[in-house]
Design a protein around this ligand. Structure first.
Ligand SMILES: O=P(O)(O)OC[C@@H](O)[C@@H](O)c1c[nH]c2ccccc12
Length: 263
């Protein structure tokens, strides 16, 4: 199972990092944290003026597609996303399967003003402190990768650090976990992380079960404005889009088009 494999690899990396750079050291640098986390609720909640909130993803590769973008410069991509009007950015930091790098967070945070999501397989508080130190405003927590207790603990520690979390779900069981943990932002991933199968109707089936107060993010497999419109009609506030943008020459125009603007 690919999710288990990625998590096993993440654990190995984590043990190594904890030895090389213990949490106490990492925590110490926070006394001078130059990157205080910013509020993401306002940015992600759909409004009449700006109904389609876009979280634009920076991702070089994925386990299902291999390398998606050869000519990969995270800063150039971040600028194009800013120009296109992205509301937030999702930065893959997982190094082996997605060819990400935690340093991208800091580099991008210094370069563009949008809030940043650390997109990784978070299973330990250490990674949350790391996210904060490197400049993330919010983090991904995958319900399927965590027990109820772990999810709740990691979510509460995320808030303790002043950040927010996008809690990702793929079925009713995950949704119950997310609600139980108290998630404010719920992401519905149309892609099954264990089989890579896509189910674009998942949002319309799960959204009616989610309390109104939550911010809802539709994730994966989004490439055209019609989909965004439909997902917004069924209740999504924001849209997480990666591969479609990564395959464009003119990323800024693609983003505007996805929002339904004429370019
Ligand atoms: O590239 P896409 O199909 O637009 O999907 C983006 C994003 O949803 C996807 O990268 C993603 C969603 N959840 C994840 C969890 C881990 C890694 C990646 C993901």
């Amino acid at each position: 199972m690919i999710l288990d494999e990625i998590i096993a690899r993440t654990k190995v990396d984590l043990e190594r990092k904890k030895k090389e750079f213990p949490l106490e050291w990492l925590g110490r640098s926070l006394a001078y944290n130059p990157f205080p986390p910013r509020d993401v609720h306002k940015v992600l909640k759909s409004t009449k003026e700006n109904p389609y909130r876009i979280i634009a993803e920076i991702k070089k590769a994925s386990p299902s597609k291999g390398v998606i973008r050869e000519d990969f410069d995270p800063l150039t991509i971040a600028k194009a996303y800013e120009e296109g009007g992205a509301d937030a950015l999702s930065i893959l930091t997982e190094p082996h399967y997605f060819k990400g790098d935690i340093e991208y967070l800091t580099q991008i945070r210094r370069y563009v003003p949008m809030p940043l999501l650390r997109k990784d397989f978070i299973i330990d508080k250490y990674q949350l402190v790391e996210a904060l130190v490197y400049g993330a405003d919010f983090v991904l927590l995958i319900a399927k990768a965590l027990t109820r207790k772990q999810l709740k603990e990691l979510l509460e520690y995320t808030w303790h650090l002043g950040m927010e979390a996008l809690v990702e779900i793929h079925d009713k069981k995950d949704l119950i976990k997310a609600i139980f943990a108290g998630a404010n932002i719920i992401g519905i991933n149309h892609r099954n992380l264990e089989t890579f199968e896509m189910d674009m109707s998942l949002s319309e089936r799960l959204i009616p079960l989610i309390p109104n107060s939550k911010i809802i993010v539709a994730e994966s497999g989004i490439y055209e404005h019609e989909q965004v419109k439909h997902l917004h009609d069924v209740g999504a506030d924001a849209f997480l889009v990666g591969e479609h943008f990564m395959r464009q020459d003119d990323i800024a125009s693609a983003l505007k088009k996805l929002k339904g603007e004429t370019v």
